[in-house]
Design a protein around this ligand. Structure first.
Ligand code: BTN
Length: 259
């Protein structure tokens, strides 16, 4: 990976000063957590060419072949209450959508809460983990995986996978996509911390949301619910209107868009 190219492209943002690249690592989220626990600052980035134990939500694996995908984890230390944690799933989602669009022209969207979808298939995912102290955020790790130049997928997938290559039939420059993602993320992070920023971030996330107004099935542990996804509220909950007109709120779960 051409690290110099990435550093030049992100020179104007603080992620350039705490930038850690590994050829191979178990999981960039594990490494970022270790660095955060030993005091690394806000806006630290960990990148790998491949991961041997890439992790997804719900203890799933993340397919991480060498040089064919993006594997990034960001350390953030915002002075915010724990209740704002959900924004750190929104920020990487909207930044990934914008970076993919800038670098490939592809139109993709977000399947609540953390999946990047193109044409009904999953091309990226976000794994956000936090260390909370009382009701405050101590640090947050935002982990982002994007399937860039993968031609064949191995393993089992909850949602059919795709890659930017399979959608465009062209290879995308990994370094350009990483730089675009980090720049977009930093802009949205600043926006979040600015006046009225929370409303703006929520509104951008809603704009990129693929499920709103659609019939959905949500699997949350033992519960399976079907209804219409009507909104994402002020606390980041997905609101689903069931057939009996009741509106149920979800903070997590596996969502399937039915129409
Ligand atoms: C999901 O879709 O369930 C989330 C996938 C998140 C994968 C990324 S790759 C970089 C970072 N390191 C990990 O081990 N996981 C995240």
């Amino acid at each position: 990976m051409d690290i110099q190219y990435i550093k030049e492209r992100i020179a104007l943002n603080p992620f350039a000063s705490s930038f850690h690249h590994f050829a191979s690592i178990d999981s960039t989220n594990n490494k970022a957590k270790e660095l955060a626990e030993s005091g690394f600052p806000d806006c630290t980035v960990v990148i790998a060419d491949s991961q041997t134990s890439g992790r997804g939500r719900m203890k799933r694996q993340w397919y991480s072949p060498k040089g064919e995908g993006i594997y990034i984890s960001l350390i953030l230390r915002p002075s915010l209450p724990s209740s704002k944690y959900y924004f750190f799933t929104m920020l990487p989602c909207i930044s990934a959508v914008e970076a993919i669009s800038e670098c490939t022209g592809l139109k993709c969207g977000v399947k609540w809460p953390n999946d990047i979808f193109i044409a009904g298939k999953k091309t990226g995912g976000i794994l956000t983990e936090a260390s909370l102290k009382y009701d405050k955020i101590d640090f947050i790790i935002c982990g982002i995986g994007i399937n860039v130049n993968i031609e064949h997928f191995e393993g089992q997938f909850l949602h059919p996978p795709t890659s930017l290559f399979l959608e465009t039939k062209e290879k995308t420059a990994i370094e350009a996509l990483i730089a675009s993602f980090i720049n977009s993320f930093y802009n949205h992070y600043k926006l979040l911390l600015s006046k009225n920023g929370e409303d703006e971030v929520r509104s951008i996330y809603r704009t990129y949301s693929l499920c709103l107004g659609k019939k959905v099935r949500l699997i949350d542990g033992e519960k399976i619910i079907e209804g219409k996804a009507v909104d994402i509220d002020e606390q980041g909950y997905l609101l689903v209107k069931c057939q009996d007109e009741n509106i149920l709120k979800f903070s997590t779960g596996d969502l399937f868009i039915l129409d």
